[in-house]
Design a binder for this molecule. Structure first.
Ligand SMILES: Nc1nc2c(ncn2[C@@H]2O[C@H](COP(=O)(O)OP(=O)(O)OP(=O)(O)O)[C@@H](O)[C@H]2O)c(=O)[nH]1
Length: 252
């Protein structure tokens, strides 16, 4: 059974900072946000977790394998090197949506995202090593069938973007409400979904739903593992089987 450990990363008091003492240059904000994301992704990724940029001021990570001490080190390292600090909420559960919801609640309970006095809070709990198993994390890696032939080489770049975003928007809503899963766009035509224990039928159903709703055709590889990396890597290999065999759903 899955037991996903989810971390909500929230930049402390970021809204006021972006306009103090006056609005900061947008390109500088974009640069800082993307560098911060890159650093967090590398820190968490080196410990086999995944980080998703989400809204940049709020990022979501799958952190199975990271301890509270790891989380503290991330806060310290970012605090030493960036003009902003991070608050972190950590929670675990069989449902990724519920785990994220719990991780959010502990951060919200520590204070508002725009509370000057809430800085570098670290709340929640991790899964202790002896309790970790090989199927704690289930990751589904979706991509659009022949995005290059259907969109990238055919439409102008913005209309391709709209098509891909439509597929993502429909998939993320459906996976959240029908399957308790968290979906994240990761670039190109790829969406990585953090799932509870789902079966082939669930993925077939989701792909059918997106095709009916927005006429975007998806394929998906699914993997399990003790960490996001292990599950996600298996999912990538399963997706390669879809690409080679023309199947729509492959479970590793
Ligand atoms: N983040 C991420 N992006 C990927 C990955 N694989 C492909 N992409 C992105 O997806 C784009 C399209 O590549 P593909 O998905 O291989 O191409 P396609 O035309 O959809 O072909 P098929 O997937 O074979 O149907 C690439 O330009 C990348 O931006 C991946 O594993 N991770």
């Amino acid at each position: 059974m899955t037991n996903t450990q989810v971390t909500l990363v929230q930049i402390d008091n970021y809204g006021p900072w972006t306009v103090t003492p006056e609005p900061r240059r947008e390109a500088d904000l974009q640069t800082m946000q993307s560098r911060l994301y890159a650093d967090i992704s590398q820190f968490v990724g080196n410990r086999d977790g995944y980080t998703f940029f989400t809204r940049f001021d709020n990022m979501i990570a799958v952190t199975n394998g990271l301890t509270m001490a790891d989380h503290e080190l991330l806060q310290e390292s970012v605090g030493n090197r960036y003009p902003v600090t991070l608050s972190l909420g950590v929670a675990t559960g069989t449902s990724p949506v519920q785990a994220l919801s719990d991780a959010t609640t502990v951060v919200q309970d520590a204070g508002s995202a725009q509370d000057e006095d809430r800085r570098e809070c670290l709340e929640g709990r991790t899964i202790d090593d002896p309790h970790r198993t090989d199927d704690d994390v289930q990751i589904a890696h979706f991509d659009v069938v022949d995005a290059t032939g259907q969109y990238t080489d055919e439409l102008n770049a913005f209309d391709s973007f709209i098509q891909i975003e439509q597929g993502y928007a429909e998939l993320m809503r459906h996976m959240r409400h029908a399957h308790d899963s968290l979906s994240f766009f990761v670039g190109g035509d790829n969406v990585i979904v953090v799932c509870p224990d789902l079966e082939s039928d669930d993925y077939e159903e989701a792909i059918g739903h997106v095709e009916t709703a927005v006429d975007v055709e998806l394929q998906v590889g699914v993997g399990r593992g003790s960490s996001a990396h292990d599950a996600g890597f298996a999912a990538k290999h399963a997706l390669e089987v879809c690409r080679a065999d023309g199947t729509r759903v492959e479970l590793a």
